[in-house]
Design a protein around this ligand. Structure first.
Ligand SMILES: *Cc1c(COP(=O)(O)O)cnc(C)c1O
Length: 461
């Protein structure tokens, strides 16, 4: 039997909204949202009473409504501690922007900017002009343009160079990048017919040469990014491939993926061919990302021959894939930092974190072990450990970086999973990775020690 007296005794929505706590909630979350939360709380209370449970007190109802409002207000996009050991984590938004980029983006958000206006002449300008000069200076290319991301850059470049025609690509380069970017699918959507040559592990000049015919629109070379074939392998060098393409009268499109503008070996990372190298070696168009090793916001750059960049800019897809003023402002500020390579690691967070040396991270781990153990209380034991960081985003997948961190052991698998879940649920979440029955917090990307400790202290005991 439902307890009719208890149901009748529940306060009304209006009565609850007039309490001090919920009146303040109306100020903070708005009247409509607060009233909705109160109504839902009362519905739950009625269901509970009908199920034979005791009637909740008004204080309980208020607390539940506030909890629901707080939870709905908390964004999943809130800042977190990326202690996963992957510096450019695609699921965590890749590169952290340089302060100069953040300032430029903020200014562009707040005020009008001459995005498509030439301030000298007063005539209409092009939004890409803000980046064209910088990109040409940094890559040695004749011309440059940009679109939403590198996937879009590949799509539009393929479409502009080869729609209705054939694109020759090595079987060893028909890759899938995370997030369902598969080269054969992109080629199909770009309207080019895929002509695969060679084998998975070996492709020779004669393979390309045999495939060249009047229907050929381009040769495509793709950086394998997230995998590496080792052993009995052969690929055709950029220079030879460019010569081959030009013999056949077609352009060479080189998708570099991450793409770097400087030699990273000066910061102890593996040397990757730079965009400038690739341009010099004869690629006609080169595509690369803005938010991988380059350390800027999401963007896809296309640099190379003037006539081909013009063809990309004329392509109707360009309007659909264009970049807004906020990102253009951040990209200009990011690229400007590359004019002063001496100070790059200091100013560009991606590089600063990648260049961090193990002894420094180990010292940080040792410093934090005791306070972290104290914050976690009985939930985990804490040990300093050596680990290896990944660059992420498919850049240099095999070349991990020696790092250090904290190994949190919580007993059984369920306790460990619960600890990881509670760390994710913190107001400022803490993300690590599970390895050998422990949660490892790689401290390479930690720059705010006090913030981490404050976050951990909010963990339910
Ligand atoms: C990452 C990558 C892409 C996609 O770039 P996004 O910036 O993620 O769109 C395309 N090609 C290669 C080779 C890549 O490594």
């Amino acid at each position: 039997m439902p307890d009719h007296a208890a149901l009748r005794a529940l306060p009304s929505v209006d009565q609850l909204l007039r309490t001090t706590a919920l009146a303040a909630a109306c100020e903070r979350f708005g009247h409509a949202a607060t009233a909705m939360a109160v109504r839902r709380t009362l519905d739950d209370a009625r269901d509970a009473i009908r199920a034979g449970q005791p009637a909740p007190l008004p204080e309980g109802l208020i607390a539940q409504a506030l909890l629901a409002l707080e939870a709905a207000d908390r964004s999943n996009l809130r800042p977190l501690f990326n202690l996963t050991g992957t510096v450019l984590h695609t699921n965590l938004g890749r590169a952290l922007l340089a302060e100069a980029a953040i300032e430029a983006a903020t200014a562009a958000m707040r005020e009008a900017a001459a995005l498509e206006l030439d301030l000298d002449t007063g005539r209409r300008g092009e939004r890409d002009d803000h980046l064209r000069v910088l990109l040409c200076e940094l890559t040695g290319a004749e011309d440059a343009t940009l679109v939403n991301n590198n996937a879009a850059a590949v799509l539009i470049a393929l479409n502009a160079l080869g729609a209705g025609r054939e694109a020759i690509v090595s079987r060893g380069e028909l890759i899938e990048i995370g997030g369902a970017f598969r080269m054969p699918d992109i080629m199909q959507r770009a309207g080019v017919r895929l002509v695969e040559v060679g084998t998975t592990n070996r492709t020779h000049p004669k393979d390309y040469r045999a495939a060249l015919r009047p229907e050929t629109g381009l040769i495509l070379k793709v950086h394998p990014s997230n995998y590496r074939i080792e052993g009995f392998t052969a690929e055709v060098e950029n220079r030879d491939l460019a010569a081959l393409a030009h013999e056949g009268g077609v352009p060479l499109l080189n998708d570099l993926g991450s793409g770097t503008l400087v030699d990273l070996s000066r910061w102890g990372l593996k040397r990757e061919p730079t965009v400038r190298d690739t341009v010099l070696e004869g690629a006609d168009l080169v595509t690369f990302s803005g938010d991988k090793l380059l350390g800027g916001p999401q963007a896809g750059f296309i640099v190379g021959r003037k006539d081909l960049v013009a063809a990309v800019n004329r392509n109707p897809l360009k309007r659909a894939l264009r970049v807004d003023k906020i990102r253009i402002a951040a990209l200009v500020a990011t690229l400007k930092l590359y004019r002063d390579p001496e100070r790059l690691a200091e100013r560009l967070p991606t590089l600063r974190l990648l260049a961090r040396k193990q002894p420094e991270i180990l010292a940080l781990s040792q410093r934090l072990a005791a306070p972290v153990a104290e914050a976690l209380g009985s939930r985990a034991t804490v040990e300093v450990c050596a680990c290896r960081s990944q660059i992420g985003s498919g850049a240099l997948p095999i070349d991990t970086l020696p790092s250090a961190g904290l190994r949190l052991a919580a007993g059984g698998g369920t306790a460990l999973a619960r600890l990881a879940a509670d760390l994710r649920a913190l107001p400022r979440p803490v993300l690590g990775h599970i390895a050998d029955d422990a949660l490892v917090l790689d401290l390479r990307c930690l720059e705010d020690e006090a913030g981490l400790l404050a976050s951990l202290r909010a963990l339910p005991r």
